[in-house]
Design a protein around this ligand. Structure first.
Ligand SMILES: O=C(O)CCC(=O)C(=O)O
Ligand SMILES: [Fe+2]
Length: 365
């Protein structure tokens, strides 16, 4: 989920119905510079695909090298042979699709608007931002266990809750394995990153992107970096996840691979690594042929977790400098990111209004 999303009250109702509108409402139309530049199904093989087979034995060194390279270059890669059972992944996908196919009234029993922690919402966007994302989401706050609030977990379709529980647990395991590899890729003990997280939070966001009548004008999810430590994304075979490693000049569409997880680093990991590892800049595009499902599992540090380069990462003897002035907490980092994004959205909106006024004032030819 876009890290900075704040659920606001204006809800485009038609997205919760099965009907696809014939044209795009203006609230979804993006400025030209934000619109998709590459097709949803023009797949690229640039993002590394890393097999985790043999990770506890002879293959560990290879995995560490491949992860290190991918994190320095992209901050995003895919993993296969990850050990999460195929039946669990298939059930999670099938039941998630069934959830979004439920009648609007059923989904809206878990309406997340008004600051509720978890549930269902149509689109979501920054306060002050004028354009909406073309998606519906269902969110579960799954860890820490003592904060789990089942009253915000939809009970339908039958069996979904149990599967979400199993899926969250399996993904917590995979995330911890990946964070051990990332720590070692930085030359540290395998528990360095998990220790910095204090207690690992997990949030599962199921994204459903309905078919869209004018996909070239809008985005399923606008460009962002995830704020947390690491994200594990399961996507269906439709395609739509895009990444850039050069600040938006070039975009690639990540090739969907059956059963693979896309792994991307978030801002927290970027700071812990003193900028050696990127937090992946990404977005989701939509299309007019089929709807798309993706399930993002966000692994975040505790609110009081410290955001600062890890001990031993900054090699001062080699002339390297720490790129942060002072340690801050994850809660502070998140608030700053949000305020920055809200301010940017405000400036963009004002520039647009000024531009419109200027063109209105021009004399008629
Ligand atoms: O749907 C996707 O491919 C991307 C989802 C994502 O980036 C997110 O939920 O933060
Ligand atoms: Fe994301």
């Amino acid at each position: 989920m876009a890290p900075t999303s704040v659920v606001v009250s204006d809800r485009p109702d038609f997205l919760v119905t099965a009907e696809v509108p014939k044209s795009l409402q203006s609230i979804f139309i993006r400025d030209e510079d934000e619109r998709p530049k590459v097709a949803y199904n023009q797949f690229s093989k640039d993002i590394p695909v890393i097999s985790l087979s043999g990770i506890e034995g002879a293959e560990r060194g290879r995995v560490i090298d491949e992860v290190s390279k991918a994190c320095s270059e992209w901050g995003i890669f895919q993993v296969v042979d990850h050990g999460v059972p195929k039946e669990l992944v298939d059930s999670m996908t099938r039941l998630s699709k069934d959830f979004f196919a439920l009648p609007a009234e059923e989904k809206l029993k878990y309406d997340m608007r008004g600051g509720k922690r978890g549930g269902f919402v149509v689109s979501s966007h920054l306060q002050g931002e004028s354009v909406l994302d073309w998606r519906e989401i269902c969110t579960y706050f799954s860890y820490p266990l003592h904060q789990r609030d089942y009253s915000r977990w939809p009970v339908k379709p039958d069996g979904w809750r149990e599967i979400v529980e199993k899926y969250s647990e399996a993904l917590m395991g995979l995330a911890c394995n990946m964070l051990a590899i990332v720590s070692e890729a930085l030359g540290l003990e395998s528990d360095a990153v998990t220790k910095a997280c204090v207690e690992m939070d997990q949030k599962v966001v199921v994204n459903f992107y309905p078919k869209c009548p004018e996909p070239d004008m809008t985005l399923g999810l606008k460009r962002h970096t995830d704020p947390g430590t690491i994200t594990l994304l399961l996507q269906d075979q439709v395609g739509g996840l895009q990444a850039t490693k050069d600040d938006g000049k070039n975009w690639i569409t990540v090739e969907p691979i059956e059963g693979a997880f896309v792994v991307n680093l978030g801002d927290h990991m970027h700071y812990l690594s003193n900028g050696k590892f990127k937090s992946a800049d990404h977005q989701a595009v939509v299309n007019s042929n089929s709807s798309r499902l993706s399930i993002a599992t966000f692994q975040n540090p505790a609110q009081e977790g410290i955001v600062y380069p890890l001990d031993g990462v900054v090699k001062e003897a080699e002339g390297e400098k720490c790129f942060m002035e002072e340690p801050i907490t994850f809660a502070q980092m998140y608030t700053r990111k949000m305020s920055r994004d809200i301010e940017l959205a405000r400036q963009k909106k004002m520039a647009k209004v000024a531009e419109q006024e200027k063109s209105r004032d021009l004399p008629m030819m």
